[in-house]
Design a binder for this molecule. Structure first.
Ligand SMILES: Cc1cc2nc3c(=O)[nH]c(=O)nc-3n(C[C@H](O)[C@H](O)[C@H](O)COP(=O)(O)O)c2cc1C
Length: 174
């Protein structure tokens, strides 16, 4: 089982990257690749840019990463209730190659924030819309109050109930 995992964030200190890396490690017998959206940074999407120069090669490279695996795990940063600009831009460019960006892959969607909301708004938006883009969403988990729930030094969940939720979500991909 090959798993692609990434945080929908461009922060070098991304808490969603910490969470998605941990969660991907919970999938039994998985070969995991964690990618960084900064490696797929493209100019802000515009139809003028697309008409002038086409879709950047990095959009195809992002789609190739998805095509090469059996399942995908994303953890979403929430910016003003929605996607980070870094994720939305990558997704928008990739969608110009093919609407089914997620290519019928099994997916687990996560989200975390430092606050009690647990980035639930962006997680709900993603869970609601991603099936239209070829995502077979198997499970979603929001982790509120990340710094209380996760031991960053050890790279493990401290909150047992949330850990059980993550393990159950990971098992849906096995
Ligand atoms: C522009 C901006 C908007 C934000 N909006 C929200 C928000 O709507 N809800 C929330 O829970 N956190 C919000 N935050 C805080 C993020 O949850 C926090 O920065 C978190 O670390 C982002 O995840 P990341 O570390 O994986 O990038 C916002 C942060 C920024 C910079």
């Amino acid at each position: 089982m090959k798993i692609l995992a990434f945080a929908a964030s461009s922060s070098s200190k991304s808490i969603n990257k910490q969470l998605v890396t941990y969660a991907a490690g919970l999938v039994p017998n998985a070969d995991v690749e964690v990618i960084d959206l900064n490696d797929f940074e493209m100019p802000i999407y515009s139809s003028d840019r697309e008409e002038a120069a086409g879709v950047p090669d990095l959009a195809q490279a992002f789609k190739d990463k998805i095509a090469a695996v059996d399942a995908v795990i994303i953890s979403f940063a929430e910016h003003n209730g929605s996607y980070s600009a870094a994720y939305k831009n990558t997704f928008d460019w990739a969608s110009r190659l093919e609407g089914k960006v997620y290519a019928d892959k099994a997916m687990v969607l996560l989200a975390t924030s430092p606050g009690a909301g647990g980035a639930q708004s962006v997680l709900a938006a993603a869970a609601g819309s991603m099936p239209h883009f070829g995502a077979e969403v198997k499970a979603t988990v929001s982790v509120p109050s990340f710094y209380d729930a996760f031991d960053a030094e050890k790279g493990v969940m401290k909150d047992a109930a949330l850990d059980a939720e993550l393990k159950a979500a990971a098992a849906t991909l096995a």
